[in-house]
Design a protein around this ligand. Structure first.
Ligand SMILES: C[S@@+](CC[C@H](N)C(=O)[O-])C[C@H]1O[C@@H](n2cnc3c(N)ncnc32)[C@H](O)[C@@H]1O
Length: 318
């Protein structure tokens, strides 16, 4: 037991070694197998320390070494830029500011405030707005998650009844792109902050820049709010829902997609602590989301399980 505990104290070194490799573009460089010396020249890095990192990555199956040449494994292939299902940015997302905020979890527990906001004197999304590279890295990470998480969304929900759909806070557009691909005749809109919208690559979708706390244009007969409400406390989430309500016509549909603790058998406490340190928020239950939306006048219709974590809650504006 004591040994298990001691091992646990330094478990995060493994993730941080992999994160360093991603930041150094080490896995991308090793798409061609190389010796430590060749790689240190390619990456302009210290050969001795790089060799140690390579050995550490071998010890956790992120690299293999044959005749002095290091090459990728199944795990590290997924952390290269060129892999079609790459998780490189998802991997890097949980270091830097996230990690710093987590190191101050005790502050959040004591005060009920966001450790991130205390450290950086800004809310997370305003901070990203001021740091274009970090904003791009974060949204690439969200896209890598979203690309997998929303794969089955267009099959699970029959969107044919809508003429137009707006994904509000849709990031780089993975969900709305999946819908547009299956339902090409539906007019699809992606709504997010100006600096996010400027970076969006996908075509055939109308991109709209704005602030969901201010105003959401009345363009679509359905609105998707996916992984948005969990970023905000009840007061802020209510403001977003009020603006969604205003944006929808009578009989319009609201799709809320979130992790609902009471709909799954997975404990969400750690995810919820992440929301606490980053955003002064928390993962709500299905009942809490339902109540929050009903208080704004939405009429609950049904819910569907999207994947292991997420539930789709469907509401109508009467
Ligand atoms: C956790 S991400 C979710 C992204 C995407 N819906 C998904 O499920 O992957 C939250 C999104 O809300 C957007 N957002 C944050 N504040 C916003 C605001 N005031 N107005 C519009 N969008 C905002 C962020 O830029 C980001 O894309």
């Amino acid at each position: 037991m004591k040994n298990k505990l001691k091992n646990m104290f330094t478990e995060h070194w493994k993730y941080l070694a992999v994160n360093a490799a991603c930041k150094l573009n080490l896995f991308d460089a090793l798409e061609i197998p190389m010796t430590a010396k060749e790689l240190s020249e390619k990456l302009s890095s210290d050969e001795r320390h790089l060799s140690t990192l390579l050995k550490a990555l071998c010890s956790i199956d992120f690299l293999k070494c044959t005749n002095g040449k290091f090459s990728l494994t199944e795990k590290s292939e997924l952390l290269t830029d060129n892999h079609p299902e790459s998780l490189k940015y998802a991997c890097m997302n949980w270091a830097s500011e996230h990690l710093t905020a987590w190191q101050n979890l005790d502050y959040s527990i004591r005060t009920g405030q966001s450790a991130f906001e205390n450290l950086y004197q800004s809310n997370f999304f305003d901070y990203l707005n001021e740091h274009p590279n970090k904003l791009d890295d974060y949204h690439k990470a969200m896209f890598e998650y979203a690309r997998d998480d929303y794969k089955t969304l267009p099959d699970l929900v029959d969107f044919r009844k809508h003429q137009s759909i707006m994904d509000v806070g849709g990031g780089y557009g993975a969900a709305i792109n999946a819908i547009k691909t299956k339902y090409p005749t539906i007019e699809c809109y992606l709504f997010d902050l100006q600096k996010v919208i400027e970076n969006v690559q996908i075509k055939n979708i109308s991109k709209i820049a704005g602030d969901f706390f201010e105003y959401i244009p009345r363009l679509a007969d359905a609105v998707i709010l996916s992984r948005v409400l969990h970023d905000w406390n009840d007061e802020k989430a209510t403001l977003i829902l009020e603006n969604c309500f205003e944006a929808l016509p009578k009989d319009g549909t609201l799709y809320v997609i979130e992790n609902c603790a009471d709909k799954i058998n997975i404990d969400l406490s750690l995810l919820s602590l992440n929301m606490a340190v980053m955003c002064k928020s928390f993962e709500r239950t299905f009942t809490e989301y339902k109540m929050l939306c009903e208080l704004q006048g939405f009429n609950f219709q049904e819910d569907k399980k999207l994947n292991q974590l997420q539930t789709i809650l469907i509401f109508e504006k009467l």
